[in-house]
Design a protein. Sequence first.
Length: 245
Amino acid sequence: MDKRQAQQKRILEVLFDFLKKDLKSISGEEKLAIINILLPFFIPPTNPDGSLGTDFTESYYRKKEIAPQSIDYVSTYQRLLSEGERLNVIQEKLRGFFNDLVQKKESFLRGIDKTIALLRVKNGVLEMAFVAFPLESKMNLTEVFANLILGNIFNLLVGLPVNSIKICNQCQGFFVNTSLRGKIYCSPSCAWRALAKKRREEIKKHPKKYRAYLKKQKEIMRRKYEEKRKAELGQNVKVHRRKED
């Protein structure tokens, strides 16, 4: 993996973490925190030569060097993205785009909604040929936001192997793999969960072993609960066992 691909992977991981979020169960404060993390995808940082930058962090917008007009945009974007179900709609559209990309459907070449875009594959690598908004098209504000973030995502995807975007077999989230080693899980924790699930299914075939396994798991959960309560209330607190039915 070269330096640029490492940067692309780091930035895309921020976006993929957003696509995993359950936006319907978060508070207004949590929603604003997510919007702040996503801001660089709507107002991308630029290098001194005008090219797309790689400082996709919330702190980027607190630097003194940032253009004054971008600072004005931040509060406007925060307000508009917080309205109604706008962020949820954008999330669903982006999930659909990456699903199409992973499945190599031709629709991903067009982008989403009324965007004219060509993200094509050449020698197994993604490259962008053209992006524009049709002048005759009348898009609502949510569509404008979705197309804006998509256009910037296209820039991030350029140069990546077309097969580098994957879907985790465990959590069904997206991840980037540019190594030669085939990966089917996005993280060690997902790989561990999948292995534990497989082990449980194998043990279920042997009733005696399965009962012993459940008993052991119950003790582990009990011990963790006791440790948690003692950390909250003090080491001298007595944690009583619940009576069995």
